[in-house]
Design a protein around this ligand. Structure first.
Ligand SMILES: O=C[C@H](O)COP(=O)(O)O
Length: 257
């Protein structure tokens, strides 16, 4: 489970409630709103040894030079994973591919990058092998327009299964997010992504309101139960509530540290 958090207080709650991936993101600044780099650095100092942290670079235009610079600035904070949004609404496949190629210079420096592709914009599947070749650690789906409904409104179950399968075959971490609700957890966990990502469902009154620890705990529990069911169905080792990281997804996420 990935939990997007708006500040250090929320990050601490997410760590205490057992989020596998604590995603530093300012929801008031857009789908992938960035925290200031000084705040990311402070969170890494406070929590970096207790949790796997990711941070977004913001809703940036698909310009190779500015994406490389933003990724390097965020990586310099010491955060474990840097998430980069690829907004197909404002760029062609060629432009997206050029940005991916430029970011290979950043992964070559040891930075773990995760690409965020927008399910409510054109989904360019040929980008996936390019991301793998450029050394990206993972690829995930999210939505750019948070008023346009959950992930499942934009892509069918077979299309989502195909995305997960392609990413996993390329040996990248695969995440699914986008206004997910509790009812989305079981069908999406059955596709066996490495993680499901949440913000709105964790908050008291929408994604820009405060994170509610009780909602986070309920989602965490539902993800764990659904993940265990999916693992059991696949005939793999069943993780217990006491040992959530014994699932294959947990091991793959832990390896991202
Ligand atoms: O990375 C995941 C996102 O923060 C999910 O946010 P959302 O659930 O509000 O779409």
């Amino acid at each position: 489970m990935l939990a997007s958090v708006a500040d250090l207080d929320e990050a601490m709650v997410a760590v205490e409630q057992g989020a596998d991936l604590v995603d530093l993101k300012d929801p008031t600044r857009g789908a992938l709103g960035a925290w200031p780099v000084e705040s990311v650095r402070a969170a890494v100092e406070a929590l970096g040894d207790r949790a796997l942290l990711s941070a977004t670079v913001g809703d940036l235009p698909v310009d190779p030079e500015s994406l490389v610079e933003a990724a390097r600035r965020m990586a310099a904070t010491g955060v474990a994973i840097v998430k980069i949004g690829f907004f197909a609404a404002s760029a062609s496949l060629d432009e997206l591919a050029a940005a991916v190629r430029a970011l290979a210079a950043v992964t070559a420096e040891g930075t773990r990058l995760v690409a965020v592709l927008m399910a409510d914009q054109e989904l360019h599947l040929p980008l996936l092998p390019m991301l793998a070749s450029a050394g990206f650690k993972g690829a995930m789906l999210d939505t750019a327009d948070k008023a346009a409904g959950p992930l499942s409104r934009h892509l069918s179950a077979p299309a989502l299964a195909d995305f997960v399968d392609r990413v996993r075959r390329l040996s990248m971490l695969c995440g699914l997010a986008g206004s997910l609700r509790q009812s989305d957890i079981a069908p999406l966990a059955a596709l066996a992504p490495d993680y499901l990502g949440f913000r709105g469902a964790l908050c008291g009154a929408g994604r820009t309101s405060r994170l509610d620890p009780l909602k986070l705990a309920a989602i965490r529990q539902a993800v764990r139960a659904a993940s265990n069911r999916a693992t059991a169905t696949a005939g793999k080792q069943v993780a217990t509530d006491e040992m959530p990281t014994s699932s294959s997804a947990g091991i793959r996420l832990a390896a991202a540290r």
